[in-house]
Ligand binder design. Structure first.
Ligand SMILES: Nc1ncnc2c1ncn2[C@@H]1O[C@H](COP(=O)(O)OP(=O)(O)OP(=O)(O)O)[C@@H](O)[C@H]1O
Length: 478
């Protein structure tokens, strides 16, 4: 659960004093406070203390003495269903990781621990509901670039987007791909590059939603040493790295105005000038940009430059949401299940027709990504190698209750009670911000992601809603 407090606390569960010190020092670099438990029993006992109540995450080493790691995870889950928990596994500990995930771990990180990856995983799990650490790279393998012929979808609105994309791929002009989160914009962007005459050139990607706005400019254009506080070394920009190839500018709507002006200049001149530099370098790059927000509204509000919009949209198309192409859900689910089955530790998985029918009747506000995540979680949790409707029980209940699966355990979705749990298992009330976050998630699900309606029903303005989403770390794509 995300916290708006300045310092977040993680419990490190590890028996090795040196490793405890290493992990404590590491997390403190990311602004985390830590408490330590030397074995799993102590860790479980600490959960009930005042200190334990204030925890934001738990980090447990696979080799910690006490109960088996999966047992520890399920015990912790029964007490604190929503507390993010990351398991540190041995280098090739995929099996342990899968067992821990089956028991309810949020994520896992393999040794040797890469500091940035661990900190990134911790930050993201408290700021969103999806798996992000090693699991993200694991599911990321599903993202192996797809050629146009492998992109699944036969509904007319999807086929027409495919036709525009395939035609645009052959030209050099900038392409803009629009669509709600998780609709497959990045998949299309990669396919466009792969099918273009410059496919042998580099493909460089910048996700502007993942970089702080102040750093997008230096990421794109590079900077000279000392160009601004913190620019310790000279850095080549992504545009230069993509010379001769393509650059995917993901979530172009997040680029601040100042950088937009520089981008317009580049599009007009074909020349890149590093921040703090004087030399201009000619760069031949094809820009493929994506946007999940209505850019016309941003232009109207003065947040996006109209000239940049036109420069980036020589070719453009919008990917339909999954609910607008329900007929594709079955084939997509089969395809994704095949790919999930190919992941380490998984093995071949089947799916029944009933389950596919159930999946096709669902609204999928998070689109293909949500479908993929739900399938992945079901495959990990399933005791058999064929997924049935029962493996998607939460969705079943959601359908009958008119809501969507919750991303965290505190929204009861088992069909008995669709609502928000106010109490901790020990009978104490949950913190207000956790309850508030769950109510907002519930509302987003109930109103199928229609944010104006969510804001109206909750009696708050849209901007307040978006601020709360960001403060509470709610990922609307989940
Ligand atoms: N047609 C498809 N066939 C197979 N897999 C797909 C398809 N579309 C999307 N996916 C999978 O769904 C996930 C989300 O796709 P992608 O990242 O391209 O979405 P996006 O629209 O760029 O999302 P966001 O706006 O949140 O960045 C990816 O893991 C991708 O592999």
């Amino acid at each position: 659960m995300a916290s708006t407090r300045d310092t977040r606390t993680v419990m490190i569960v590890d028996s090795e004093p040196a490793q405890q010190r290493f992990l404590s020092a590491l997390v403190s670099r990311g602004g985390w406070r830590s408490i330590v438990a030397g074995d799993t029993d102590t860790a479980l006992a600490k959960l009930g203390t005042q200190e334990g109540m204030g925890l934001d995450a738990v980090l447990v080493d696979q080799g910690t003495p006490g109960v088996e790691i999966a047992e520890f995870v399920s015990q912790l889950r029964s007490w604190r269903p929503a507390l993010p928990l990351v398991v540190i596994t041995m280098r090739n500990g995929v099996e342990v990781a899968v067992a821990a995930m089956r028991a309810g771990a949020t994520d896992f990180v393999q040794k040797p621990i890469a500091p940035d990856r661990l900190l990134g995983a911790l930050d993201r799990i408290v700021n969103s509901s999806g798996p992000q650490g090693e699991l993200r790279p694991l599911t990321e393998k599903l993202r192996a670039p797809l050629g146009f012929e492998e992109i699944i979808g036969s509904s007319p609105n999807f086929r027409s987007a495919l036709a525009i994309a395939a035609k645009a791929a052959r030209a050099r002009v900038p392409v803009m791909i629009k669509g709600k989160p998780g609709t497959g914009k990045e998949v299309f962007a990669r396919a466009i590059h792969a099918a273009s005459p410059r496919s042998r050139g580099a493909l460089v990607m910048v996700d502007c939603s993942a970089v702080s706005p102040g750093l997008i400019g230096s990421g794109l254009f590079g900077h000279e040493r000392g160009a601004f506080p913190g620019a310790f070394d000279r850095q080549i920009g992504r545009l230069v790295q993509a010379d001769g190839g393509s650059i995917i500018i993901d979530h172009v709507e997040c680029i601040p105005l100042e950088t937009q002006a520089k981008l317009v200049e580049f599009l007009n001149s074909g020349e890149v000038q590093m921040i703090g530099g004087t030399i201009r370098q000619t760069v031949d790059v094809r820009i493929i940009s994506t946007s999940a927000s209505p850019l016309d509204k941003l232009i109207e509000a003065g947040h996006f430059r109209e000239d940049l919009y036109y420069a980036l949209t020589a070719a453009q198309f919008t990917l339909p949401s999954l609910s607008e192409r329900r007929g594709d859900v079955g084939p997509l689910a089969r395809h994704l299940i095949d790919r999930i089955g190919g992941l380490p530790g998984m093995g071949s998985i089947g799916v029944t027709d009933d389950a596919l029918r159930l999946l096709a009747s669902y609204a999928w506000p998070g689109n293909v990504r949500q479908l993929q995540d739900v399938l992945f979680r079901a495959a990990v949790a399933s005791k058999t190698d064929v997924l049935t409707s029962a493996d998607f029980g939460a969705i079943d209940a959601a359908l009958s209750g008119g809501t969507v699966p919750a991303s965290e355990g505190n929204i009861a979705i088992n069909g008995e009670a669709i609502g928000v749990t106010l109490y901790l298992p020990d009978g104490n009330l949950r913190p207000l911000e956790e309850i508030e976050a769950d109510v907002i998630r519930l509302a987003i699900g109930h109103y199928r992601g229609r944010m104006s309606e969510v804001a109206r029903r909750l009696g708050i303005g849209r901007s307040t809603l978006y601020r709360k989403l960001s403060d509470l770390g709610i990922d609307t794509a989940a």
